[in-house]
Design a protein around this ligand. Structure first.
Ligand SMILES: C[S@@+](CC[C@H](N)C(=O)[O-])C[C@H]1O[C@@H](n2cnc3c(N)ncnc32)[C@H](O)[C@@H]1O
Length: 217
């Protein structure tokens, strides 16, 4: 459970979320002991809801890990749609490909292995939805490139923007997170809030999810 939303509320939200199942539940169960920092099912459902709401046919994800959030996103795609997802860890990327195949979405997912900061220069937009869930200190350096890759009225969704609440002065009596990450996320949130091409709101779900819509020109 997270530190921002009270446990009882998180359990209640989980009890109402019937959108997962199958491979998604398997991955989440398998990760309980392993502890990879995957989104939880409620953030997964939010991602799928947003992607369907904007009729997403092209989605970009930074930070595949083993494909959990990617399966939520790929499930929103219409026939012929495409998720491009970037992961620098080869073993995780391999496992993600296996999980995409098990979930029956491999035909619409392309896993790009390598440093997203470099790979982003070679990818072509526009994307309808971009999900940023990679290295927290790279959020801000990647921001302008991601905005350029987004279509007008497309969505940039970013996970962990409240960082266990530690970005909010006075929330954590004894901060546990790496201060460099906390500082980077706080700076990113300020850039999002001030960005001339974006309108942003932060949903305090789980570890905090920001949703930014690119203004139409
Ligand atoms: C929080 S995990 C992603 C979890 C995944 N989105 C999910 O919820 O199922 C972050 C992942 O980003 C990867 N990563 C970090 N920096 C990266 C970079 N510069 N390029 C590509 N992948 C990166 C890490 O190896 C890690 O697997």
């Amino acid at each position: 459970m997270g530190l921002i939303v009270p446990d009882a509320i998180e359990r209640y939200l989980a009890s109402l979320n019937h959108a997962g199942g199958g491979v998604l539940d398997d991955i989440a169960r398998g990760n309980r002991e392993r502890g990879l920092p995957l989104v939880d099912a409620e953030v997964g459902a939010l991602l799928r809801t947003l992607a369907i709401a904007v009729n997403a046919a092209r989605i970009l994800e930074i930070g595949t890990a083993i494909g959990y959030s990617g399966i939520w996103l790929a499930g929103a795609l219409p026939p012929g749609g495409m998720l491009i997802t970037m992961e620098m860890d080869e073993a995780r990327a391999r496992e993600a490909r296996e999980n995409f195949a098990r979930a029956g979405v491999a035909d619409r997912v392309s896993v790009v292995v390598g440093d997203a900061q470099l790979k982003l220069a070679k990818v072509s937009g526009p994307f309808d939805v971009i999900f940023q869930d990679g290295d927290k200190q790279q959020y801000e350096p990647m921001l302008d490139r991601l905005v350029a890759l987004l279509r007008p009225r497309g969505l940039l969704v970013t996970d962990n923007v409240l960082w266990d609440g530690e970005v909010a002065p006075g929330f954590a009596a004894a901060p546990q997170r790496d201060p460099a990450d906390t500082h980077a996320i706080a700076g990113y949130n300020e850039r999002l809030a001030a960005h001339p091409d974006l309108l942003t709101t932060i949903v305090p779900l789980r570890d905090g999810v920001s949703i930014s819509v690119k203004r139409a020109a």
